[in-house]
Design a protein around this ligand. Structure first.
Ligand code: GLN
Length: 483
């Protein structure tokens, strides 16, 4: 898709301004129903598109993604553009600089249509925790698009952007990609700089691309990857062009299917998954059953480590440095308190009014897990189990090239179906969180659909690769996709 549009631009079939306008007209038509965007950046997009057209007119060479319209999750800073992270606490916040990924994309001539909806601070699996709106699944608008990057994914699935950026702490790129029938990639931890993305859980967060094809994701990854002086955890990875590794051949590769992941599968998802295994076999891959013995501990481990890091990362939102400050009469009324007079009251009231329920729940859980007397029993223990989970992957990757499972244990659920039950919601991440805990790259791509209420609901398959083997993993998913 990106390549086709690029060819249309350089052969002057269409200008970038026309292409961008075309996407804005889709947005105009569909946004009311889908709710993918929180902020539209039309002026910025048109200015970016114009520059590209000038370059083309002068006969200059343009990059593959130059002039092609995209969307950015609203927890990634774009200089001068409002960034809410879907929280009331950042309602009036304007980003004062570009995230590293944004700077890199701007250098390539990308066009940004707007900022997309998410669960507040990326905490959730459905965008129902957004302080602003619920993003609908374009396949069936009675259902969630998934989350937390639901806006970025729905934008691509609804044709409101060619590609987008999301963030993935426990599955936030992959689970919505699975729900909406598009491709979503979480890179290896450290592959992409996190500088300028609002931190949720810093040891798990990664920025990654969402698009209509594996190749498009590879193209975007090549342009955002690399070491960054502003993120000490970013790794040197050269300037690999991941799209050049898509040979379309996986003969002889070994794909491991963890028995712990597929034991509980049933019904249609199981059928679709088994068919996809047959397809991998027909492409020359060997399928092996493997064990990731500590999988059963992944969810509790994630919810202790993630909430601990959340409680620390979100301490900075106190009414002084960023966004909302509860220091006037109206805010005091909203919080039901007397006028706040002291500094502590400003902190407390700001956080009381500014944060939503799920964010508060996680801050409290994390603060508890980190507190003296409980640290050893919870946080330290969780870190030890995390090491065991990582070891499971090290052992498995001695035996196989990739690990494969469904992305989620379910298809997109109905809006409201789980929003009252956080534990049920957490289970949506059962297959995705291990990649974040271990730090390996993972990709979700469409492998079939299940018919429900006359709608064909998409199912995603998830491939996980060895640390920094995005090229191998992308090639495996690409080979599946094109055959
Ligand atoms: N759904 C998961 C959670 O609620 C993952 C979120 C994410 O990856 N940002 O924590």
């Amino acid at each position: 898709m990106i390549r086709d549009l690029h060819n249309d631009l350089i052969s002057k079939k269409i200008t970038s301004v026309e292409l961008t306008e075309r996407y804005f007209s889709v947005i105009e038509k569909k946004e009311q129903e889908i709710g993918a965007y929180l902020t539209i950046t039309k002026e910025l997009a048109m200015a970016q598109a114009k520059l590209v057209d000038e370059k083309i007119a002068k006969g200059e060479e343009i990059d593959l993604i130059e002039g092609i319209p995209s969307a950015i999750k609203d927890n990634i800073c774009v200089d001068g553009v409002r960034m809410t992270a879907a929280s009331k606490i950042l309602d009036n916040y304007v980003a004062p600089y570009d995230a590293t990924v944004i700077r890199k994309l701007k250098d390539c001539g990308a066009v940004f249509l707007g900022k997309t909806n998410l669960d507040e601070f990326a905490m959730g699996s459905s965008t129902e925790n957004s302080a602003y709106q619920v993003t609908k699944n374009p396949v069936d608008t009675a259902r969630v698009a998934g989350g937390s990057s639901g806006g970025s994914v729905a934008a691509v699935a609804a044709g409101e952007a060619v590609w987008s950026l999301g963030t993935d702490t426990g599955g936030s790129i992959r689970q919505p990609a699975s729900f909406c029938g598009v491709v979503g990639l979480k890179p290896t931890y450290g592959r992409v700089s996190r500088s300028g993305a609002v931190a949720m859980a810093s040891s798990l967060d990664q920025i990654g691309p969402i698009a209509n094809s594996v190749e498009d994701c590879a193209i975007i990854l090549s342009r955002i990857a690399g070491e960054d002086i502003l993120d000490a955890t970013s790794a040197k990875s050269g300037d690999k062009k991941f799209e050049d590794y898509l040979s379309g051949n996986i003969a002889g590769k070994t794909i491991g299917v963890p028995k712990e992941y597929v034991e509980g599968l049933d019904g249609e998802i199981k059928n679709v998954f088994e068919k996809s295994l047959e397809k991998f076999k027909s492409l020359g891959a060997k399928i092996e059953t493997i064990s990731l013995p500590h999988s059963g501990y992944a969810l509790p481990t994630y919810y202790i480590i993630m909430t601990s890091e959340v409680s620390s990362n979100l301490a900075k939102f106190d009414g002084i440095k960023f966004g909302l400050r509860a220091d006037d009469e109206n805010d005091a009324e909203a919080s039901g308190d007397e006028l706040p007079k002291k500094l502590l009251e400003t902190y407390l009231d700001t956080r009381k009014i500014g944060f939503g329920e799920e964010v508060k729940r996680r801050i409290m859980l994390g603060t508890y897990a980190l507190s003296a007397g409980y640290y050893d029993a919870y946080y330290l223990k969780a870190q030890k189990v995390r090491a065991l989970i990582r070891k499971d992957f090290e052992d498995a990757f001695k035996q196989v090239d990739f690990i494969y499972s469904p992305t989620a244990p379910e298809v997109a659920f109905k809006i409201g179906e789980k929003s009252k039950d956080p534990l049920k919601m957490y289970l949506s991440d059962i297959y995705t969180i291990t990649a974040n805990l271990a730090g390996v790259p993972a990709i979700s791509f469409p492998i079939g659909t299940v018919e429900m209420e006359k709608k064909q609901l998409p199912i995603g398959g998830q491939l996980m690769g060895k640390w920094f083997d995005e090229e191998g993993m992308l090639n495996a998913a690409h080979t599946y996709e094109i055959n």
